[in-house]
Design a protein around this ligand. Structure first.
Ligand SMILES: Nc1ncnc2c1ncn2[C@@H]1O[C@H](COP(=O)(O)OP(=O)(O)OP(=O)(O)O)[C@@H](O)[C@H]1O
Length: 610
């Protein structure tokens, strides 16, 4: 029975996620970019494939920020321009472009961090706007300082041939460097995506609040992504300048090119490792061939080609080539049967059914673990929380109830670092036994305080397993360890059969479980649950009660905001009642529900008097 209930956790729209293209196919495509031009040995073909490498590299670097981190950079060519000018200016003073490449990358990283930091703190569209504005600023600066940059007439490199100068008479060495740079970009992209940083970036992109609650340093991970992206873009800029032998401000600080590289990623599969490569592989030859055939008769036609492909992509493959291939491979459908027996076994494990009518005998609670002292919060003239004080003990389940709008979530936000109180403070006893006053969600997470959200916040683009891994990374930096913890936690929560299903396909009951599983994977000492039973059916309520009891039995203290009285009564050691921002009473559940003030708060004065 329970097994059948568990199988309903995944809605009909749930998909199994598997790699869209087999690694062998991708490796063959990457190798073909090098092999085809060397076999055909034609200057035009060489040029097309070198250009593919350049744009695939640029787009892959852009994808670290625009795809993984979800920060739209529309002026990314500023980093390319910095690399190009650094390389050419230094080369013309006798310094090898290999050194110029490193100098350009270093300058690009500094610029990227200075520009991005305030934008990431502010959130919103500021990053996209700042990158466009800065691209224009750099273009104007390059035009203005003509002694150094050559101004509008541009800069020609002094022709020195050989590996030291990155300039060659033959095309093959040029291809070797371009291909090498593309491989570096792909490797960095793969490395980041397959490590904790990649999980953190995608989690931050999908749900920043949930990521912060899981202890993700959201600003820092985005800065790392933008710095890596800027460095790679600048390095390609240096090399491309050597390949073209000439640069000018309009061409290197180009908005069109910035949009182009974003488009390659979009068409290939934004946020995937190989999507940008596939986008460039499809579009660069197309436009170069159109250019080659029509020559000067149709200048700007490539823009039309891009536009057409973009419209078609938006209509027929919104997830890009990678998404389209995944669809054709028929990855949609029911959960993989191979994991089902395991799930059945877990679901069928004898579990003590929760007695929902009588309070469950509680084990003795331990020492104080959290002290909330005189918290107050106002929004404008509205006083939402007024001098709230309470304590939480180890192994205690504290129910937090109150009518809608009483201020429960606001109180939760203050005791998890998401909102700064106007007055009062929160102290938490750390693992060493000292009392500390955390301020940010990260500090709360570090102290072992995990929280869920009233409106579930899954990382929709991730699988169930990956969602839980984001929590597990908090204490396990290695991917293998985090995966093992995530699997174990998923099985405990009855999510075992859906490890590979996309989180967005789960039913509301499944999503609530996932939310708790993600926090449990952080191995918290205190769990803050915000209405985890709202909107779920009676069977799921009973399972949730069992689950919370087993979590408490594992030594975790719980504060639960709950409207489901059946749960409050059977779970809580103590209940706090909040009304209009005031704690009106506090005590054992049976006493609290008979308190006339509580009855009045919930049902009105007339009912209380009756
Ligand atoms: N950021 C905000 N700005 C302005 N008002 C807010 C803000 N957050 C909450 N409020 C207001 O504060 C009051 C308390 O809201 P809160 O969400 O904390 O209540 P609650 O007890 O959790 O309610 P519910 O049970 O309906 O979730 C409400 O009147 C709400 O409109």
């Amino acid at each position: 029975m329970i097994g059948r209930a568990a199988s309903k956790e995944v809605g009909t729209g749930a998909k199994r996620r598997r790699p869209a293209l087999a690694p062998m196919v991708l490796a063959a495509l990457v190798a073909a970019v090098f092999i085809i031009p060397t076999v055909i040995d034609n200057p035009f073909v060489y040029h097309v494939f070198i250009t593919i490498c350049i744009f695939a590299g640029l787009s892959t670097a852009w994808n670290l920020v625009g795809g993984y981190a979800g920060q739209l950079s529309l002026g990314h060519m500023m980093f390319y321009g910095i690399g190009a000018y650094a390389g050419v200016i230094l080369m013309n003073t006798g310094v090898s472009p290999w050194i110029g490449m490193l100098v350009g990358a270093a300058v690009a990283v500094v610029v990227a961090v200075i520009v991005s930091y305030p934008c990431f703190i502010l959130r919103g569209p500021f990053f996209a706007l700042a990158t466009i504005a800065l691209l224009e600023v750099f273009r104007v600066l390059a035009l203005h300082f003509r002694d150094v940059t050559g101004g509008a007439t541009g800069l020609m490199i002094q022709l020195r041939l050989g590996w030291e100068w990155m300039v060659f008479r033959d095309r093959l060495p040029a291809l070797v460097i371009a291909f090498g740079l593309m491989l570096v970009c792909l490797f960095v992209g793969w490395l980041i995506r397959s490590r904790r940083l990649g999980f953190y970036l995608v989690a931050t992109r999908e749900r920043e609040s949930a990521a912060r609650a899981a202890g993700v340093p959201t600003v820092r991970v985005r800065l790392v992504a933008v710095a890596a992206s800027a460095a790679l873009t600048a390095m390609i800029g240096t090399y491309h300048a050597m390949y073209l032998t000439f640069i000018e401000p309009g061409a290197v600080f180009s908005l069109t090119m910035s949009i182009q590289i974003a488009m390659f990623a979009l068409i290939g599969g934004i946020g995937t490792v190989f999507g940008p490569f596939l986008g460039a592989l499809l579009l660069v030859p197309l436009t170069e061939l159109v250019r080659g055939w029509l020559g000067a008769q149709a200048l700007g036609l490539h823009g039309f080609v891009y536009g057409t492909v973009l419209v078609l992509a938006a209509l027929f493959m919104p997830d890009g080539i990678m998404g389209l291939v995944a669809r054709f491979k028929g990855t949609e459908g029911r959960p993989d049967d191979s994991t089902a027996p395991q799930a059945e076994a877990i679901a069928a494990e004898p579990r003590q059914p929760a007695d929902t009518t009588e309070p469950t005998p509680q084990p003795a609670t331990g020492a104080e673990i959290m002290r909330v002292d005189g918290l107050s919060k106002s929004f404008g003239g509205l006083r939402v929380i007024e001098h709230a004080s309470f304590t939480l003990r180890e192994g205690e389940i504290l129910g937090l109830i109150g009518p809608n709008g009483a201020g429960k979530t606001t109180l939760f936000n203050m005791i998890s670092g998401f909102m700064e109180p106007d007055q009062g403070d929160v102290a938490v006893r750390d693992r060493a036994g000292d009392w500390v006053r955390p301020k940010s969600p990260m500090e709360y997470a570090a102290l072992g305080i995990g929280r869920t959200f009233q409106i579930v916040q899954p990382f929709a683009a991730m699988t169930v397993e990956e969602n839980i891994m984001v929590g597990a990374f908090h204490r396990h930096g290695h991917v293998g360890d985090a995966r093992a913890v995530a699997r174990e936690t998923a099985h405990k929560m009855g999510l075992g059969p859906y490890l590979d299903a996309e989180a967005r396909g789960l039913t509301i009951g499944g999503l609530k479980r996932l939310e708790v599983a993600r926090v449990m994977a952080m191995e918290p000492r205190v769990l803050l649950l915000d209405e985890v039973m709202a909107g779920i059916n009676q069977t799921d309520v009973r399972r949730a009660i069992d689950l919370m009891l087993s979590i408490r039995d594992g030594g975790v203290s719980i504060i639960a905001i709950e409207h489901v009285m059946q749960a409050v009564m059977s779970l809580s050691d103590r209940v706090i009642v909040l009304n209009s921002g005031h704690i009106i009473t506090e005590g054992p559940p049976r006493e609290v529900v008979q308190d006339p003030e509580v009855i009045e708060a919930y049902l009105g004065k007339e009912f209380a008097h009756a």
